[in-house]
Design a protein around this ligand. Sequence first.
Ligand code: GAP
Length: 451
Amino acid sequence: MSNQEQVTLQKIISLTKRRGFIYPSSEIYGGWEAAYDFGPLGAEILRNLRNLWWEEFVVKQPDIVGLDGALISHPRVWEASGHVESFADIMVEDLVTHKRYRADHLIEEIKGINAEGSSPEEMDSLIEMHKIKSPDGNPISKAKRFNNLVEVEVGTVESAKTRAYLRGETCQPIFYNFNLVKDSMRKKIPFGIAQIGKAFRNEIKVGPFIFRTREFEQMELEMFIHAGDAEEYFEKFKNWSMEWLANIGIEASNIRLRDQEFKERAHYNKIATDVEYNFPFGWKEFQGIHYRGDWDLKRHGEFSGENFTYKEEETGEEFIPHVVEYSIGLTRLMFVLLMDAYREIDDRVVLKLDPRIAPYKAAVFPLVRNKPEIVGKARGIYEKLLKQGICVDWDDRGNIGKRYLSQDEIGTPVCITIDYQTLEDDTVTLRDRDTTEQSRVVVENIPQNII
Ligand code: GAP
C-alpha cells in the first residue's frame, strides 16, 4: 500500500501531539483557533529545515546574502507594498450564527466551482445562481472584502502612529532595505536577498491543522535582476525548487507545479507558479515562484522618496530592478514532510524522514537497565554524542523491540544498542529504521555511521 493510502490527517494530528511534535496552542485555556506550539521534536525539525534551506539558498550561493528584518515595521511599508489596499479575501457571513467564511472556499466546497480571485459581485451571482447557504444551512450575507493584515498597537502615546501591522509576508524588509544591503555588501545585479521568519495573516478560513494558520513562518528569496533576465530566473527557480524538494526526500509523484491563472495572482505578481502537494484533502500549494516585476522597489520608491534606480556599470543603463521570488512556508513544508514520510509497515508506524530532518539522529539503548557496566558504557556513548552536537535520544524502558517501535514512529534513523558483547570488544549494534537490518560497529565509528 502506498503511503498516500495509509496517511490520514487524524493519524498525523494524533501522532504529532502524542510524541511531542505539535501541540494545539493554549490548550489549558481551551485552545486558540489556528495556533499551534511546536514541541521538542517539532522544534528540532523546524531547526533542521531552517539550517538546510539556509545552507542551500544562502551559504552555498556567492550571489545571495541573508537578512533578518523586523516583524513590525513602519505602517507605510504596508501601504507601499499594496497590502493595506489589496491584501484581502472575500468573505460572507452566516446571517444567523455570524460565522464568517471565505466565499471562494464555500462555493468550491458546496458546488465544486473554483471561484478564487473572483470579485465580490461575481461571488454574489454564483451564490445566488446556485442558492448557496452556509454550512449550517442558513442564509448568507453579500460578499465583501476582508483585509488579512493583522493590526497591532505599539508605543505608549494614543495616536495614529501607534497603529502598525505584523508583517503579512516575510519579504518586505528585503525590499525596503535593498539599497542598504546592496551598498554595504558591494553587490551587483543580479543578486538575491533571503530571509526566514514569521508572517501573520488574519485568515478567515484556517486549517486543516497547520496547513493554514494565522501565524506561520516563511523562507523567502528575492532575486533582483534586469527585466530581460526574468524568464531565465523564473525557470531556474522552478527547477531549483523541485531539485531541493527531491533532495530533502519528498516523493516526486506527490508534488507538481501549477501555473496560477490571472485572477488567482496576488496584486504584486505578474506571473506565479505554485508548487503543490497531494494532501489527503487534495492538491494544495505549499510554495510559490513569483515574478513580481518592479512592483516592490517602484512602490517603496514612490512612497518613501528613496531612489531605487540601479545603474549598470558596464552599459550605463539605469533601471528599477525586477524581482523573481521563491517563497515557501516553513510550517507548511513540515506538514508536507510529515505526511510524506508516514508509513505503516506490518506492526510498525515509521516516519521515513531524511536523517538530516529527523529530530533525533540516533537513539542509544543499554540492553538492560540493571547492569551498571552496560548502563555506564551506554551513558558514556550517549553523552559523548550530545557533546559532539549530535541530537540523540536515550531509552532504557521495556524490551528492545518496543524501543525500536517507539523510535520508528518519530523517525529516528538509527538505534544503537550497548550489550554484553560491547563490554568485551567495544562494538555496538546499529539497527536501521528503514530496513530493520542490524550491523556491529566499533564505538569509535558510531558518528560516521549515524549522520
Ligand atoms: N512573499 C510571497 C508570499 O507570501 P504566498 O503565496 O502568500 O506568497 C507563500 O505565501 C507560502 O507561505 C505559501 O506557499 C505557504 O506555504 C505559506 N503560507 C501562506 N499563508 C499561510 C498560512 N496562513 N499558514 C501557513 N502557511 C502559509
